[in-house]
Design a protein around this ligand. Structure first.
Ligand code: SF4
Length: 354
């Protein structure tokens, strides 16, 4: 006879207290450390993130330090982790925390949600782990454990269903142990209720509550609809500005046929784009990474990484054109480049961009 799922908190929290792995953000779960760790772990494995976390905390031990940090230092600390928008958002949010919240991260879930780069999961994690607030933090691990506990084969990619599951988990979070509960269910998903193998049900503290404990059926859950298949292209987009009294920007005309046929664009190339600047004959003075962006066409997704290039004056090759500030308006670039093209008028006026 299965026990009711409404009673999982006690065995889960007890199990977590015995089995939690030691991480620096758990040893000293200050709001700032929890926040930085959650952002780092969004697209990075725990083992890979650990040295970055130590370096980051050593260089920027407080929210104020983060808010005031030079961009070069920030990017250096993040170098190798990728998805640089994460660290840029961290700093934007830190500045807002300094200006609007007196230098302290708010302990309120809704207020946390208003900060750059903090979504529902991260807000829930910070509020519960750092402030003990009774709120869920639902990530992929939690969705998997819940789908199995309930033998629920509803598509977890369905937004409505995710909302319902989040509501249910919110009801299960116990008063006084929210952080332990949330970390416990995530830890269970990472170490016991494994995604791509048979879960280790015999070792699971929730086996008496689970509808599929020990059954092959567990491997079929959760059900996740395959995303619409699109070809993904990772491209480097170059904003190439000449270092002249009147700066110019380099544009490229696309081939007549095919995607965005005949349109002007910022020069770009599939990654790795190691030698393209040389191939295009660009006399590079310096380069600087810009933010990432994504653009989805019907059949292809562009994942873009920007690079700002300062170059000496040069004569462009065929198919390229150097454009002055006074001519810029004439060139309508596809929205796919908007993240980068919006800064070009400023750059052509000799201003720096963040
Ligand atoms: S009993 Fe097995 S399937 Fe159920 S939650 Fe535990 S590990 Fe997952």
């Amino acid at each position: 006879m299965k026990q009711p799922i409404t009673e999982i908190a006690k065995p889960l929290v007890a199990w977590y207290k015995l089995h939690e792995r030691t991480f620096p953000w758990r040893e000293n779960p200050s709001p700032y450390r929890v926040w930085v760790s959650e952002i780092m772990l969004q697209q990075t494995r725990i083992e890979a993130a650990l040295p970055y976390f130590h370096r980051f905390m050593e260089a920027l031990p407080t929210i104020k330090d983060l808010a005031n940090a030079d961009e070069d230092l920030l990017l250096k600390l993040w170098e190798g982790l990728g998805y640089y928008s994460r660290v840029r958002n961290l700093q934007k949010a830190a500045k807002r925390v300094m200006e609007e919240f007196g230098g302290e991260l708010p302990d309120d879930y809704e207020k946390l949600l208003t900060l750059n780069g903090i979504g529902e999961y991260t807000a829930g994690a910070i509020a519960s782990i750092a402030f003990g607030k009774r709120v869920a933090a639902v990530d992929g691990n939690v969705l998997r454990v819940m789908a199995r506990l309930l033998d629920d084969d509803t598509d977890v990619m369905d937004t409505k269903h995710r909302k319902q599951l989040t509501k249910l988990v919110n009801e299960l979070v116990p008063e006084g142990y929210a952080g332990e509960f949330n970390q416990g269910i995530m830890e269970l998903g990472e170490t016991i209720c494994l995604p791509n193998a048979m879960p280790r049900c015999l070792e699971c503290p929730l086996k008496d509550y689970c509808a599929v404990a020990g059954l092959e059926r567990a491997r079929e859950l959760p059900v996740r609809s395959a995303p619409k298949q699109r070809r993904v292209e990772q491209r480097m987009v170059f904003t190439i500005i000449t270092d002249e009294k009147t700066p110019r920007v380099l544009l490229h005309r696309r081939e007549k046929n095919g995607l965005l046929g005949g349109m002007w664009e910022l020069p770009n190339a599939l990654l790795p784009a190691n030698s393209v600047l040389e191939d295009w004959g660009i006399p590079v003075i310096s380069t600087k990474p810009l933010s990432t962006a994504k653009h989805i066409f019907s059949h292809v997704e562009w994942q873009l990484q920007g690079t700002l290039v300062k170059a000496k004056s040069f004569t462009p090759k065929d198919g390229f054109q150097l454009v002055l500030a006074t001519e810029w308006e004439q060139y309508a670039l596809p929205t796919a480049f908007k993240t980068y093209s919006k800064n070009i008028p400023m750059l052509l006026n000799g201003e720096e961009i963040q």
